[in-house]
Design a protein around this ligand. Structure first.
Ligand SMILES: NC(=O)c1ccc[n+]([C@@H]2O[C@H](COP(=O)([O-])OP(=O)(O)OC[C@H]3O[C@@H](n4cnc5c(N)ncnc54)[C@H](O)[C@@H]3O)[C@@H](O)[C@H]2O)c1
Ligand SMILES: Cc1cc2c(cc1C)N(C[C@H](O)[C@H](O)[C@H](O)COP(=O)(O)O)c1[nH]c(=O)[nH]c(=O)c1N2
Length: 164
């Protein structure tokens, strides 16, 4: 058996459904944001999640310097916003496409997100092309009347909550 190629790995990973998030930051290095599906829970004590960020992304230096971020989990209807933050669009254009609030860190919190986590970056580990940002959660804002959104098989899929 040979080691899977990059393409084989991506084709396999496309089968793992994942929430889609817009990760924002603000601070001394300025404001930035990008779309990420590589986000997951690490530990609840202290509440910590991780975000994988490609070091080649234009936003990487901004997150590295600011050391704080907000994970905004997208809701059904946020597909075009996700594409906007998914690369190549100028930063100001990304942020003018939505409404934002501000929590304890001052990083933009997306109005209408399923949930937002205000975090400080506690640790960074580099693996291959990416940095794994370990993020300690300082504040949570939940939205209980939105439907969910999942990235699966290279496309968006809405998740309906019967209670909504
Ligand atoms: N972790 C990531 O960096 C990541 C995750 C999802 C999508 N993307 C980017 O979004 C775009 C569209 O992705 P797609 O899902 O339509 O098709 P794709 O074929 O580029 O990726 C399929 C799956 O492989 C994984 N993947 C893709 N690029 C990766 C990378 N550089 N490092 C680690 N894992 C990676 C992700 O799980 C992705 O959903 C591409 O440019 C892709 O690079 C990046
Ligand atoms: C659905 C989906 C999911 C992801 C992405 C894209 C899309 C469309 N991208 C790519 C990332 O959003 C993109 O590279 C950034 O917007 C940075 O682009 P610029 O370098 O600013 O053009 C991405 N990048 C990353 O570093 N980690 C991730 O988990 C993901 N996930």
């Amino acid at each position: 058996m040979s080691v899977p190629s990059q393409q084989q790995f991506r084709d396999a990973m496309a089968r793992l459904g994942a929430a889609v998030n817009i990760i924002t930051t603000d601070g001394p290095a300025g404001m930035a944001g990008f779309t990420a599906s590589a986000v997951c829970s690490v530990t609840d004590s202290p509440p910590t999640l991780l975000v994988c960020l490609n070091r080649a992304a234009s936003v990487w230096p901004v997150f590295s310097e600011n050391r704080q971020l907000c994970v905004n989990t997208l809701a059904a209807g946020h597909e075009s916003l996700s594409n906007l933050f998914g690369g190549k669009t100028p930063m100001a254009e990304r942020f003018t496409a939505a409404e934002w609030r501000y929590g304890v860190t001052g990083c933009p919190r997306l109005e209408g997100a399923v949930v937002s986590f205000d975090c400080r970056i506690s640790q960074t580990v580099s693996v291959g092309t990416h940095d794994i940002l370990f993020c300690e959660v300082m504040e949570i804002a939940r939205n209980d009347d939105t439907h969910g959104l999942v990235w699966f098989d290279r496309g968006y899929h809405q998740l309906m909550r019967p209670a909504c």
